[in-house]
Design a protein around this ligand. Structure first.
Ligand SMILES: *Cc1c(COP(=O)(O)O)cnc(C)c1O
Length: 356
């Protein structure tokens, strides 16, 4: 029932073949690619991390290419594009990707439109169908980082995206025990170009990672079902909590992304961002006070994780409020998660005299 862990890096030559792991020869990795390809509706290529997958798309652009990118998004993404601009390799146009008119205005002359299905960590929802159509009108390639959504919530290829990217480190593997990335496309030439990037940069994942990711993938549906139900309940309770000033979660009817997510997605995911009353110190106190939830970076595992993203300079510089906490909701019992959040928020609220 399981694909074997093939640890060989080189294979004996046949009459007309010559296999080496870096060129994609591994049954374990191939099995993972087949599974993810079927889920997204295209052909998948696995990478050693989400960043390696992202870099294959970005660094495969011609020198001087114009990219329209999220002004606020995953820190690694924002930093990678900043670096391309700084090195003079790419002309980067940052826009709020939940503002359709702003994206459309930035598109003329663009070669690449980079989107996040739901932005990290501000939870903005892009109008995927509309933006992909507008990008194709100007001849730009569209890549969607769908890490927050998983193929169970959104399948960007069905909306016309050229490439879908996942950090498989997150929901796809789901147990916070490996780094992997994946790109999925329906275009054979694009797939070949991306595979060439992977071959040339040596960005293959390891076989053990692929084995673990396949093992995690088997429970993706039940994990997502539970985590999403937990997230909906927690977001609703947080929105009514006196120590919380704002909740960003597309499942809430009051959320600016609610209408789009209801129309384009099947579910609202399990990531929540919320702002704590007071200062950054109050928000940090919540992170220091949780006992069931872990104070840790990353997301998408079975265990709930919380983090104040503005502790990173790149997030703070790209518009993340200092009091914002990003909560990756796990599959624990919802009452246990809530009890932990409630006691941590009470501890933060008790810090009434902190220096502003
Ligand atoms: C974590 C993450 C990445 C980077 O993935 P790694 O596997 O950590 O390299 C990219 N995009 C998003 C949205 C992420 O959350």
């Amino acid at each position: 029932m399981s694909a074997p862990i093939v640890l060989s890096a080189t294979f004996q030559s046949g009459p007309d073949d010559n296999h080496y792991l870096r060129q994609g020869s591994s049954d374990t990795i191939q099995a993972f690619e087949d599974a993810v390809g079927e889920l997204e509706g295209g052909a998948a290529l696995a990478f050693g991390s989400g960043m390696a997958a992202m870099a294959a798309v970005v660094e495969g652009q011609q020198s001087g290419a114009v990219a329209v990118v999220p002004s606020s998004g995953y820190s690694g993404c924002v930093s990678l594009f900043d670096e391309q601009q700084r090195m003079g390799r790419m002309q980067v146009r940052p826009v709020d990707i939940s503002d359709t008119a702003a994206v459309v205005a930035a598109l003329p002359g663009a070669d690449l439109l980079w989107l996040e299905s739901v932005t990290n960590p501000l939870m903005g929802v892009a109008d995927l169908a509309e933006l992909i159509g507008a990008a194709h009108d100007v001849g730009a390639v569209v890549c969607v980082d769908s890490t927050f959504s998983t193929p169970l919530v959104l399948r960007p290829l069905e909306h016309g995206a050229d490439v879908v990217m996942h950090s498989a480190t997150k929901y796809l593997s789901g147990h916070s025990d490996l780094l992997m990335g994946v790109l999925i496309t329906r275009s054979a030439p694009l797939g070949a170009a991306l595979k060439l990037r992977r071959d040339l940069t040596g960005a293959m994942p390891g076989a053990l990672e692929a084995f673990l990711a396949l093992r995690g993938l088997r429970t993706l549906a039940v994990r997502m079902q539970r985590a999403q139900a937990n997230a909906m309940e927690l977001a609703t309770r947080l929105a009514a909590h006196p120590a919380v000033t704002a909740v960003r979660f597309p499942g809430l009817a009051s959320d600016p992304g609610h209408e789009r997510a209801s129309r384009l997605h099947e579910g609202y995911g399990a990531m929540i961002a919320f702002e704590v009353a007071g200062s950054a110190q109050h928000a940090e106190q919540v992170c220091q006070s949780v006992r069931l939830i872990s104070h840790a970076t990353s997301l998408g595992g079975v265990e709930s994780l919380i983090e104040r993203r503005a502790r990173y300079a790149v997030d703070a510089a790209h518009g993340t409020p200092p009091t914002l906490l990003r909560l990756s909701v796990g599959i624990e019992h919802v009452e246990d998660i809530w009890a932990d959040l409630a006691q941590a928020l009470a501890r933060a609220a008790a810090l009434s005299d902190v220096v502003p």
